[in-house]
Design a protein around this ligand. Structure first.
Ligand code: O2Y
Ligand code: MN
Length: 550
């Protein structure tokens, strides 16, 4: 890869075994518009997915594979998603003509011999066919055949489009399998919160892209001196099964982090900054011309002199960003000092809380708790986030993204909501469900909550709720913390700011409720009646706006 320019060696003194890969400039992010669920029935893909009939999709796309690998090396990449010895893990085999994809899969999954050993002579694996094709977006297709458990991807060598174990298998195909088999494949981080006694409580959290999932999963807690520490089990995907004792157990199907580099620094994610100093592939970052070290916007201070941009040309201030906004690091999870000693536990970790969240400048309080599992499913199904420029080019547009699975659910989302409800009914003691919003702003547009390592204070409130210690106020949307129940010592936060952070404005929520009702209509008769009932109950509670202390 060094010889053919696929890799550029970084400074081997300061970044040993680290390399830079530059993708084709027209291939810099996964492409939802070119991603299809090719179920036999269109209605099984549902209103939120692109659909092609399986035979039509194959007929259209097969010619793009014909001869595509001629003159290239073909890699056969067997991999395990999940710990090698876990009964919950699954095997995939990706055929690819991209050495970069093969090298990245080696970090992101348990690749090679462990996978062949697990597979033996079994044919129980998900095949994935991948070719770079000619990298023309007009000939780019990411196809999922859920009934056949098959993936075809052509025309892209980037991230979620090309590392087929990640979004294609671990979420889209796996969510279909999970629906069939009675488990859950979710777009969730998994973390453990250690308390002063040493007990660790595990939580899974779903936030849309660009809401800080990796940073939360790898957080350095500001309450460490009080004995509260955060351990990472996973930063992006959780596979959850009901164990024989009725608990919900989560494994991380991945073995690495494929995180966004811009904005990552010693304050936002100190653990990944030190982890990504060795054995790391960087994609589309800038590098310093003299010392060959990676650089991106938001790493630290002003850009150093003599930068080479992600496109490989000398970078000039005032031109486009030096690193691509979707530039990435690919780093082995085991290298983070926050990694949990149970991150490869074959039995998974027991989940006590599920957290949904998004970016809402004015609507959602810092945290609230659902009344019960069904109400929590409603909160997850209707969650939304306001877009940032980096993600879409449009700022502040509200995008509803149920359970952060909008781009990743491999089947009809109405049926998916039904599956969530059914899973809850099978759990002995279902996890509590919360919603968080780190991004509320004041009238001047400034964030009200400091975020990052301070978010542990919100996790601690959840832990206290799980253990029956923290007080909450009942509002039409759920239980909001009583200000005194939050641990805020060492943080100077004016009382008015706190009140604003926790405020539920019935007028704003009435508008939200109307938008929710409209959104749910999309799912027609596939929408579980329990969710329409939840929506009607919300309307009723907002109308009477009763506020009582529990
Ligand atoms: O643009 C891509 O291909 C990467 S998308 C991605 C990568 C890691 C974790 N999450 C995501 C996402 O879009 O949710
Ligand atoms: Mn993700």
């Amino acid at each position: 890869m060094l010889a053919d320019g696929n890799f550029i060696e970084l400074n081997q003194q300061t970044y040993p075994h680290c390399h830079l890969h530059r993708s084709n400039p027209n291939d810099v992010a996964r492409t939802e518009g070119l991603t299809f669920i090719c179920a036999r029935q269109m209605s099984d893909a549902g209103p939120t997915n692109n659909w092609m009939a399986p035979a039509d999709a194959k007929e259209k796309v097969r010619p793009l594979f014909e001869g595509a690998m001629k003159g290239r090396t073909m890699y056969v990449v067997p991999y395990i998603l999940g710990p090698a010895s876990s009964p919950y893990s699954k095997v995939g085999v990706e055929i690819t003509d991209s050495a970069y994809v093969a090298a990245s899969m080696r970090i992101m999954s348990r690749m090679g011999k462990p996978a062949l050993d697990r597979l033996g002579s079994s044919d129980d694996f998900v095949p994935g066919l991948h070719s770079l094709g000619d990298l023309d977006p007009k000939r780019r297709f990411i196809l999922h055949f859920p009934e056949e458990k098959l993936i075809w991807s052509v025309g892209s060598g980037y991230g979620g489009n090309a590392l087929l174990g990640k979004k294609c298998f671990a979420l889209r195909i796996a969510s279909w399998m999970a629906h069939e088999q009675g488990w859950m494949a979710e777009h969730m981080l998994i973390l453990g919160l250690e308390d002063p006694s040493g007990k660790v409580t595990y939580m899974a959290a779903a936030f849309p892209s660009a809401c800080g999932k990796t940073n939360l999963a790898m957080m350095v807690s500001t309450l460490e001196t009080q004995g509260y520490r955060v351990w990472t089990v996973g930063d992006d995907i959780a596979w959850m099964h009901i164990a024989s004792d009725g608990t919900l157990r989560a494994i991380n199907p991945e073995a690495g982090f494929f995180g966004v580099a811009p904005g990552t620094n010693i304050k936002t994610n100190p653990n990944v900054i030190s982890a990504a100093h060795h054995n790391t592939i960087f994609t589309n970052v800038a590098i310093t011309a003299k010392s060959h070290e990676p650089w991106w916007e938001g790493m630290d201070g002003a850009p150093p002199d003599g930068l080479i941009s992600w496109k490989g040309a000398p970078w000039k201030p005032g031109s486009e960003t030096a690193a691509h906004p979707n530039a990435r690091y690919t780093v082995p999870a085991s290298q983070s000092s926050s990694i949990s000693d149970r991150w490869e536990d074959p039995a998974g970790v027991p989940i006590s809380a599920i957290i949904f969240g998004g970016r809402r400048a004015h609507l959602a309080p810092l945290v609230y708790e659902s009344h019960n599992w069904q109400h929590g499913v409603f909160i997850g199904a209707t969650m939304a986030s306001e877009t940032t420029a980096a993600a879409t080019g449009a700022v502040g547009v509200t995008r509803r993204d149920p359970m952060a699975m909008l781009p990743f659910c491999g089947y009809n989302m109405g049926d998916y909501f039904g599956h969530w409800l059914e899973m809850g009914s099978k759990l002995k003691n279902p996890p509590k469900i919360f919603h968080v919003n780190w991004f509320r702003r004041d009238a001047d547009g400034k964030f009200l909550w400091p975020g990052y390592g301070e978010n542990v204070r919100v996790l601690k409130w959840m832990l206290d709720r799980i253990e029956g210690r923290a007080r909450a106020t009942e509002t039409p949307i759920g239980y909001v913390p009583e200000p005194s129940s939050l641990t805020l010592d060492g943080l100077s936060i004016p009382r008015e700011t706190l009140n604003e952070l926790l405020r539920v404005d019935p007028g704003n929520w009435m508008e939200e409720d109307q938008a929710i009702a409209k959104f749910l209509e999309k799912f027609g008769d596939r929408l579980p009646p329990a969710l329409s009932q939840e929506q009607k109950s919300l309307t009723a509670r907002l109308s009477s706006s009763s506020v009582a202390t529990k």
